[in-house]
Design a protein around this ligand. Structure first.
Ligand SMILES: NC(=O)c1ccc[n+]([C@@H]2O[C@H](COP(=O)([O-])OP(=O)(O)OC[C@H]3O[C@@H](n4cnc5c(N)ncnc54)[C@H](OP(=O)(O)O)[C@@H]3O)[C@@H](O)[C@H]2O)c1
Length: 253
């Protein structure tokens, strides 16, 4: 039977690119997010390209919704891969004045979403005999920057989940892989962060010749996930050539 790969946050950006790529690698992709119209279009695109995919509405902040995701996955076949990608940033305010609501949202989606979905799918991943959990954290998972306190706190927590889980699962047939992208230009990440302000969102990438794009990160995820099962890439940090560190970005003009 075809292996099932569950991708959360598959309705846009890195998640959608990962769904496309994993389908091309031969997985049956279960594409999860809240916006089902986008998922339906993605599934149609994957099927037109000869791949297999199924859409499922899922809000990773809801126990009931995530239980539905796990049931949908188990019904499709052996679940060998989970990509915890749903997440994002809200705001770029100093800790001094940051919105508690924004911090709450970031913690709920990035951290507790990853926890909830991982707990729900772990039995099926283990039962497959060769499971893989990917956690899409960020370079903000190990570095802080001004204005990024809430996002960095959430991504540090996600990174802590990945590291802890790898220790706890040692000896069981499930590997844990953390992907830490730097600057990736996706359509919505900046819009979500800046509450729909396209100018502010675009300014993040101003003068950067070639930020990463979603397909670059999908490529990293697919590469890690398709290594032989005994090979565990603990953590993959990937940035554009123009970004040597969080604060060191080469901009032209
Ligand atoms: N772009 C970057 O520079 C960058 C860098 C490092 C790490 N990352 C991380 O990479 C991941 C993807 O980012 P992206 O750039 O592709 O952003 P994006 O295009 O905004 O995608 C975020 C995805 O998360 C989903 N999502 C949000 N809230 C959700 C919820 N409650 N339940 C289920 N799904 C939810 C969204 O789908 P719905 O709204 O349809 O639910 C969307 O598909 C995030 O974890 C982000 O933190 C991004």
């Amino acid at each position: 039977m075809t292996s099932v790969a569950v991708v959360t946050g598959a309705s846009s950006g890195i998640g959608a690119a990962t769904a496309r790529r994993l389908a091309a690698e031969g997985f049956h992709v279960l594409a999860a997010a809240r916006r089902t119209d986008r998922l339906a279009a993605l599934v149609a695109e994957i099927e037109a390209a000869g791949g297999a995919a199924t859409a499922v509405a899922c809000d990773v902040t809801s126990d009931e919704s995530v239980a539905g995701l796990a049931a949908a996955a188990a019904a499709l076949g052996p679940v060998t891969l989970l990509v915890n990608n749903a997440g994002g940033a809200r705001g770029l305010d100093p800790v001094e004045s940051g919105s508690v609501g924004d911090w709450q949202w970031m913690y709920d989606v990035n951290v507790l979403g990853t926890l909830r979905v991982t707990q729900a799918l772990l039995p099926a991943l283990e039962a497959s005999g060769a499971g893989t959990i990917v956690v899409v954290s960020s370079t903000a998972g190990f570095t802080v920057y001004e204005g990024g306190g809430g996002y960095a706190a959430a991504k540090h927590a996600q990174t802590a989940i990945a590291g802890t889980l790898r220790l706890e699962l040692c000896g069981r047939p499930v590997r844990v892989i953390e992907i830490d992208p730097g600057m990736v230009r996706t359509d919505e990440f900046g819009l979500v962060r800046f509450d729909g302000d396209a100018e502010k969102a675009a300014a993040v990438y101003a003068g950067v010749a070639e930020p990463l794009v979603a397909e670059d990160v999908a490529d990293c995820i697919a590469w890690c996930a398709t290594r032989p099962q005994h090979v565990n890439v603990d953590r993959l940090v990937v940035r554009p050539l123009a970004q040597a560190a969080q604060h060191k970005v080469h901009r032209v003009g």
